[in-house]
Write a protein that binds this ligand. Sequence first.
Ligand SMILES: Nc1ncnc2c1ncn2[C@@H]1O[C@H](COP(=O)(O)OP(=O)(O)OP(=O)(O)O)[C@@H](O)[C@H]1O
Length: 610
Amino acid sequence: MGCITSKNAVSIRPTLDNNNSSNQRGLDLSKVNVGNSGRRRSGKEFERDCEFDDSWRRGPEVNGTKDLCLPLSNIHNYIEAEQVAAGWPSWISSVAAEAIQGLVPLQASEYKKMEMIGQGTYSEVFKTVHHDTGKMFAMKKVRFDSNEPESVKFMAREIQVLRRLNHPNVIGLEGVIVSQYVKTIYLVFEYMDHDIAGLISRHKFSEPQVKCYMRQLLSGLEHCHSKSVMHRDIKCANLLVNDSGCLKIADFGLARYYSSAQKQPLTSRVVTLWYRPPELILGSTNYEESVDLWSVGCVFAELFLRKPILDGRTEIEQLHRIFKLCGSPPEDYWKNIKMPNASVFKSRCHHEGNLKKICKDLPNYAVNLIEKLLSVNSKKRGTASDALHSLYFITKPYEANPSSLPKYPPTKEMDAQILNRAAQLLSDQRAAEEANSQAKDIYTKKPPHGCINFSGPLQIPSSSGFEWAKKTRESNAFIRPSYENSYYPLARNTVANSEDQHRNGSPRNKQLFLNREEPFGEKHAAFIQKMQSRRHADSFHNFDNGLKKKTDVNGVTNGMSSNSSDYHGDEESKVDFSGPLLCQTHEVNELLENHEQRIGKAMRKLLFKR
Ligand SMILES: Nc1ncnc2c1ncn2[C@@H]1O[C@H](COP(=O)(O)OP(=O)(O)OP(=O)(O)O)[C@@H](O)[C@H]1O
């Protein structure tokens, strides 16, 4: 795509018809995009020209038309003037001229902003109502920094991509609102009552219902791919459903055009970790639309299982889970791929794959399709059209009619998150109370010489044969949790599933350390042994390093406590847990007070967010 300002000269081609006053989404284009001949061009016409035929930027036309070749600054000024005349503030014209070309901005005063209904990495989504029509819309406030070219690029691309798509299973962009002075942009969408992540957290879908959603998802995706758009962030939270049972693919913030003819290197830092295909984890930069089909496979399984099928906390763990589920790829795979991280991630263990076992209760044809979509070899995934023609869709039970699906009270990923957070806070509070009473108990029996604040990677010499545990108990040090160093990847909150939370580490592990009787008993020893054997069995050298990383909502791993200072001595003789190990000599009361304060703070945060 590129920015208009990066070209040296442009050719403005005169246009011939005057008919296009609105595009398919009903946007009024009549006031804009008047060529120098006075002829108007529709937004879509302009986009088409811009996206794959960039000759308009290159210079004089060859087809006999006498074009006017202007210096870049002139044409830039011309376009800006045209867009300002259409009602756009000049700040947006200067950073995203191509994205808004042919559009007229919507007026904020025509809408009433209501409650926040969603929050993403770069956005906040509000429910809004149009004053005149009373129609509901979703208004996505996109955060971006105009001095930061990447953020501008993504914002502009989202608009461009959305304008290119027009399908019942793809969210429709109604228009764009911009603030005249503050650099804020709102994308106005049709309003959808639910997202699949929120629905899954509360309801079990019937087989015909799953089939109905899957057909809609694949149809929407087929349309995107037919328009050369890769979504690159298919996940349950980005699949919206309205009260008529219609599913729409949303959030095109990471989407982009692709062309198999003109391949360009693409970033591999896309797709939320749990839905990210192996080639992206391995760092591929020449992937194709099959990345979306992998994500569809993950969503498909999740619709049945009601929990993510691949929920690694780090890239290395995710890849490990992929191979365990889908089977390790053959040697050829490693030989043929030229991916930057291949040698780092290659496992010495061979896994047969346990997808069939995990999906044993699912219908056969569904498992076959999931298996195909979750092919480690991207070439074997097929296309969205292939999936739509698979046996799964022509065997009984047939898909439900969208209008026959149950009507649900509004549910969003955000609701699921709030429920999760509240549950977590409650369990943390209970655990804290328990810990406090245990701490007091210990204190009254024998005052401690020091206490251990257990919240981080605890380095335990494995050679001690758990003698350390006994020693700690004898020395009456007590262990306290840290609620600030929670180990959850944010994305984890999308699933209100206590089992998941436990598997993810924190509550169960915290509880393990909070419970004065349990931690140093058999369970604890088993846990440590498991950690150690996992480390050896996996032969993933970075596994433990990986465990100390935190994954953000988009699955991007951030280094956390992974600096060398966290390690002391021989790597193999240590067992790591999350968070720093602190030896303190505070008074118990002071610690308990701090503890109370932290819980209070977390509670206030939660209430404030609500
Ligand atoms: N048209 C809509 N109608 C109703 N709710 C919506 C709509 N669009 C988005 N939402 C809600 O807002 C949430 C966040 O929106 P979106 O995914 O577009 O933002 P984002 O910043 O790109 O998110 P992320 O970082 O998770 O990818 C969605 O999960 C959904 O619950």
